[in-house]
Design a protein around this ligand. Structure first.
Ligand code: TYD
Length: 231
């Protein structure tokens, strides 16, 4: 059930305040202007059931949520997201940009909550029937900069964000370890670089996925402007 066709799946990962959403938005706009059909989505969430699970697990005031329950809620949200949103979009040949994916659970629940990275990885591989991104963009953020950024506006920190600094340091290290284990599948960038510079590097890498073989004019993913539903 692992096989899928056509589309490209890019996940954006990083600590809170890394700027993932901004970069996902900029990449979506750049690819759309080049004629690609792009689906931007996020976790937890992305489906009706996922959005309910999102508020259950992120909002304060739902009573105690122990670590295993938390991991299962994120995995349940992801199962729905993979089956109902990501896989169908990839089958249509779209570019899927997801703000967070499995690595967030490995980092936050596996390392942050000390549930163990391998256990959380396995749970999520089962939940998604093995659906992996083609590329993960990791925006590596210093936990102090992340906290500074997310508390600069008027928004309050959610249940996870309001954890202590050492929780966020374990998360950062876990993300970097995941990238180091499979370097070809990652683009790791320091989140403090100027927004435009990050966007340029991310677009370059995305284009190399979309147009493998520099001598070929045929995109691996059909541009929306090319029309036609045959593939
Ligand atoms: P996010 O939507 O990135 O927060 P925001 O939009 O406020 O920046 O993520 C919400 C929080 O959920 C974030 O603190 C990370 C956490 N999280 C996990 O702990 N595990 C997961 O699997 C996912 C997807 C998110």
């Amino acid at each position: 059930m692992n096989k899928r066709s056509a589309g490209i799946f890019i996940a954006f990962e990083g600590g809170d305040g890394a700027g993932k959403s901004t970069q996902a938005r900029l990449l979506a706009a750049a690819l759309e202007s080049r004629g690609f059909k792009v689906l931007r989505t996020r976790e937890p969430g992305g489906t009706p059931v996922g959005e309910k699970l999102r508020s259950l697990v992120l909002d304060h005031g739902n009573g105690e949520i122990d670590a295993r329950t938390e991991a299962l809620i994120f995995a349940a949200s992801r199962a729905a997201h993979a089956a109902q949103v990501i896989r169908p979009a990839l089958e249509r040949g779209d570019v899927v940009l997801s703000d967070r994916y499995i690595d967030s659970s490995v980092a936050y629940q596996g390392a942050g909550r000390n549930l163990g990275n391998d256990a959380v990885q396995s749970l999520n591989e089962w939940a998604t029937a093995g659906l992996q991104p083609d590329l993960t963009v990791l925006l590596d953020v210093d936990p102090q900069l992340g906290r500074h950024r997310r508390t600069a506006g008027e928004a309050a920190e959610d249940r996870l964000e309001s954890e202590a600094d050492d929780f966020h340091t374990r998360i950062r290290d876990a993300f970097l370890d995941l990238a180091a284990a499979r370097p070809a599948a990652y683009l790791v960038l320091p989140a403090h670089l100027p927004m435009d510079e990050l966007a340029t590097q991310i677009l370059q890498r995305a284009e190399s996925l979309l147009h493998p073989g520099a001598d070929s004019n045929m995109p691996a993913v059909r541009a929306a402007s090319a029309g036609g539903s045959g593939a």
